[in-house]
Design a protein around this ligand. Structure first.
Ligand SMILES: [Zn+2]
Length: 64
């Protein structure tokens, strides 16, 4: 077996928190950072933000 270093990268979602959505005028955006755990350390990849109203059309669909 060789003792080479495997480039293992483990994505980990950080704590999600609510953010202000300018469209909904409410704290409806769930924002969570995505971290990448590598043998060299931790790298913050990017933030994911998702508004539960704008991005997920709720069940408030009026049907005729
Ligand atoms: Zn929104």
């Amino acid at each position: 077996m060789s003792a080479g270093v495997h480039p293992l990268v483990t994505p980990v979602m950080g704590d999600a928190h609510a953010q202000w959505c300018p469209r909904c005028k409410a704290y409806t955006v769930a924002c969570a950072p995505l971290y990448l755990l590598t043998p060299a350390g931790v790298t913050r990849a990017q933030f994911y933000a998702l508004c539960e109203i704008c991005d997920l059309d709720g069940p408030e669909v009026t049907r005729g």
